[in-house]
Design a protein around this ligand. Structure first.
Ligand SMILES: [Fe+2]
Length: 221
């Protein structure tokens, strides 16, 4: 698969689906955009090709789309969830897959589904929705999982404050090998300091509207 296998309508349909998420939950909407962008950047730093970087961007953009289907009193609860509420919340991964189901006949979108479905799996087998072993968790999924967790740590929520970057790095190191891929954590620690500059260069190249996450983040100011 190559860049040419990405349908030219992909960004339009993606923006339309994302508008539904924005209408329901703008916090998750911006989280998805940031995760899409960071997933692409971590993929590039890890040496993945252009097509894989695009799969990463769209996987990040769609990874929490299923939160559209989570009841408001659970999704927006300004406190720790009860066990039952957490069980409901965990359904968002499979709901995301359901939402994308009509697109899975398209090979590019089919390639996005594993990371969307599996981004809460952990290498030690204690993740969800399936409790997979490390060997069954693909590289693209491991990348989305790391940048998703980082974005959650650095974001402020009603029930938890944002974490400073040095603490985020210690968390990544602490959970390296059990939750996160060790090699990818090393790549992130080395490479993320240079991402701002690289991202500006991407924007210059993106006159054709290919970099959806960048463009939507930019248009939101
Ligand atoms: Fe998630």
């Amino acid at each position: 698969m190559s860049w040419n296998d990405i349908p030219d309508w992909s960004s339009r349909v993606t923006k339309a689906i994302l508008n539904s998420l924005k209408a329901k939950d703008s916090h998750t909407y911006f989280h998805c955009l940031r995760v899409g962008k960071s997933a692409r950047l971590l993929g590039r730093s890890a040496g993945l090709n252009d097509y894989e970087q695009k799969v990463l961007e769209y996987s990040g953009i769609f990874h929490d789309i299923g939160k559209i289907g989570i009841p408001d009193d659970v999704l927006f609860k300004p406190a720790k969830l009860t066990r039952d509420e957490y069980r409901l919340m965990k359904n968002h991964t499979l709901k995301s897959v359901e939402i994308l189901d009509p697109l899975k006949e398209v090979p590019f979108f089919k390639d996005i589904i594993p990371a969307v479905e599996l981004h809460h799996e952990r290498l030690d087998g204690t993740g969800y929705p399936h409790g997979l072993d490390a060997k069954d968790i693909p590289l693209i999924t491991r990348i989305v999982s790391i940048v998703d967790s980082i974005d959650a740590m650095v974001s402020t929520r009603p029930y938890c404050k944002s974490m400073p970057m040095d603490k985020v790095i210690s968390e990544l190191k602490k959970n390296s090998g059990s939750q996160f891929d060790e090699d990818l954590v090393k790549v992130y620690i080395e490479a993320h300091k240079f991402w701002n500059k690289e991202s500006k260069e991407d924007q210059k190249k993106s006159g054709d509207g290919i970099l959806v996450a960048d463009l939507l983040l930019k248009s939101a100011g």
